[in-house]
Design a binder for this molecule. Structure first.
Ligand SMILES: [Zn+2]
Length: 314
């Protein structure tokens, strides 16, 4: 690795915490730091907090970043302005995140949706140039990676695979307001709700997973049905993008084979060749995927150099 090259910092602005780190060209992180996000304090305070976090890292390490990459909740236009957002960050819609951070940080800033950033992180870690990324956690997000690029989409939210209706009407409202979207069933809160409906007992995802692993039939069945619902609903995305691989990230995917195996089985059973050969695997970048991907996008925003390891683009 060259001794000198551009220095980039990735920033992940989430609903609960903001994290930042120096991101190396291979996707490894250095000098990671995080702080609570003042989510209800308004967008300018959120940006101030992110800038202060970066300043802390810069002071501690003596680095001068050449560019910043940011992943955050919401849909962004190509200028890094929030065009659509949920309530996780109060007043976030309409915020010029790229411009606001550029003026605070004094270097170029690229901003993308956090799931799109995480998919870019997976691209960096896995080396895959083509896959469907599905993040299954508190919600279900997704991203399409095609020919090494994350598809942005007309509204900035391409790959939102959690917001399709499952076939059987079960009258559950999705976080987006839609009826019977798969997110309402296969996300962490969805699985917890189904478990509570079946047993009359409230348990968190982690303990449902532990019960299932210990042989509890109901817990295992609740996870299996959620996984199958998601597997079936991903079939149309697979035939549309022909990704070859589906990478599953997020806390629910952390249940491992209990969740991933029935999902893969149902997905493949819903498809015909050549799509039925689609590979389903756990994502590998972990909770810092968005940070890694944001840094990667910052590298790619710089003029192509020998040092950043990215292919030259014309
Ligand atoms: Zn929805």
């Amino acid at each position: 690795m060259p001794a000198r090259g551009p220095v980039v910092v990735g920033i992940d602005i989430g609903g609960t915490k903001t994290a930042a780190a120096v991101v190396r060209p291979d996707g490894s992180l250095a000098h990671r730091a995080e702080t609570p996000t003042p989510a209800q304090a308004g967008p300018q305070i959120v940006l101030d907090t992110a800038a202060a976090l970066v300043a802390t890292i810069a002071e501690r390490t003596g680095i001068t970043p050449d560019a910043f990459g940011v992943g955050s909740a919401g849909a962004f236009d190509e200028h890094g302005v929030v065009v659509h957002s949920t309530d996780h960050l109060a007043g976030w819609s309409g915020t010029d995140v790229a411009g606001g951070l550029r003026s605070r940080l004094g270097a170029p800033v690229v901003v993308v949706n956090d799931v799109h950033a995480a998919a870019t992180g997976e691209r960096t870690t896995s080396g895959l140039e083509r896959f469907l990324f599905v993040a299954v956690g508190t919600g279900i997000g997704g991203a399409v990676v095609a020919d090494g690029m994350v598809l942005l989409g007309a509204s900035g939210m391409a790959g939102s695979v959690g917001h399709v209706r499952i076939p059987s009407a079960r009258h559950r409202v999705c976080s987006c307001g839609g009826a019977d979207h798969v997110e309402a069933f296969a996300s962490g809160p969805g699985i917890e709700l189904t478990y509570a409906e079946f047993t009359g007992r409230a348990r968190d995802l982690r303990s449902i997973g532990r019960l299932a692993a210990e042989g509890d039939v109901i817990a295992a069945q609740v996870i299996r049905v959620a996984a199958e619902d998601l597997g079936e609903s991903l079939a149309s995305a697979v035939v549309t993008v022909d990704p070859g691989t589906v990478l599953l990230g997020g806390g629910v995917s952390g249940l491992g084979a209990l969740f991933i195996d029935p999902l893969a089985e149902r997905l493949r059973a819903s498809l015909r060749p050549p799509f039925a050969d689609v590979r389903v695997a756990a994502a590998r970048s972990g909770p810092d995927a968005a940070l890694i991907g944001a840094g990667r996008l910052a590298f790619e925003s710089l003029p192509a150099t020998e040092a950043d390891g990215s292919p030259a683009r014309s």
